[in-house]
Design a protein around this ligand. Structure first.
Ligand code: GRF
Length: 221
């Protein structure tokens, strides 16, 4: 029986990634225990999801604090006292200060709806459609002091179609987010993640078949 990884989930909005983590825990496919969910936004729908699933949640409103550091110190105190070993940012819209990385070195995960290092920042699905890329996707990575930087754990690639809108692409990517985030946390729970420099190695994964993807599809080559 695998020991469950104790996680704290940081949210700001809808919480659909949180919901996917909850669903996988409840179905027994994810060996994790959510010790606490913290939202910086008192109106986050993610909090309703916690109520429905009897998950301990609280609001720590960043507007009540006079600095990023004091806010982070309060968040860290709550996470540590809740027994959190892995911090999972799921739609959390705040930049973490170095206090966080001192408290949880290489134990903070984030999900980003783009194939990092391409398209860091916000509104990335819109930027991808406007740029005309043929593939987009999402990335789970260990957070570091940068914005959407840090060692990449897993990525998922989706095609971008010519008639895609920001919403249709975002929906396609979000479905993949809900698959790769639980997978990344499960790799961690199984102790299969090794970080060397800026690279992550997952122990004992089978090699992806060497199959290139083409969008638009090749007609004769
Ligand atoms: C997701 O696209 C996630 O990648 C980004 O915030 C969006 C909303 O996430 N960080 P959620 O529905 O609140 O989990």
């Amino acid at each position: 029986m695998l020991k469950k990884v104790c996680i704290g989930v940081l949210v700001s909005g809808s919480g659909s990634n949180l919901q996917s983590i909850i669903d996988h825990i409840e179905s027994g496919t994810l060996d994790a225990e959510i010790k606490i969910v913290i939202s910086n936004n008192p109106d986050a729908f993610a909090l309703d999801r916690c109520k429905k699933h009897q998950i301990c949640a609280m609001v720590v409103d960043h507007r009540q604090f006079d600095s990023r550091e004091s806010y982070d110190r309060q968040m860290i105190a709550i996470l540590e006292s809740s027994g959190v070993e892995l911090v999972v940012m799921a739609g959390f819209m705040r930049i973490l200060s170095s206090e966080f990385f001192r408290a949880y070195p290489r134990r903070i995960m984030n999900i980003h709806p783009a194939l990092l290092p391409a398209f860091p920042g916000t509104h990335v699905q819109k930027k991808a459609v406007e740029y005309g890329v043929k593939f987009a996707g999402c990335t789970v990575h260990f957070a570091d002091e940068g914005v959407d930087t840090g060692p990449i754990i897993i990525q998922s690639v989706v095609p971008v179609y010519e008639d895609d809108t920001t919403d249709t692409l975002a929906a396609r990517i979000l479905k993949e987010e809900h698959r790769i985030y639980p997978q990344a946390i499960q790799y961690y729970a199984e102790g299969r993640i090794k970080i060397q420099g800026c690279k992550v190695f997952i122990h004992n994964t089978h090699r992806l078949a060497e199959k290139a993807l083409h969008n638009p599809p090749l007609t004769r080559f």
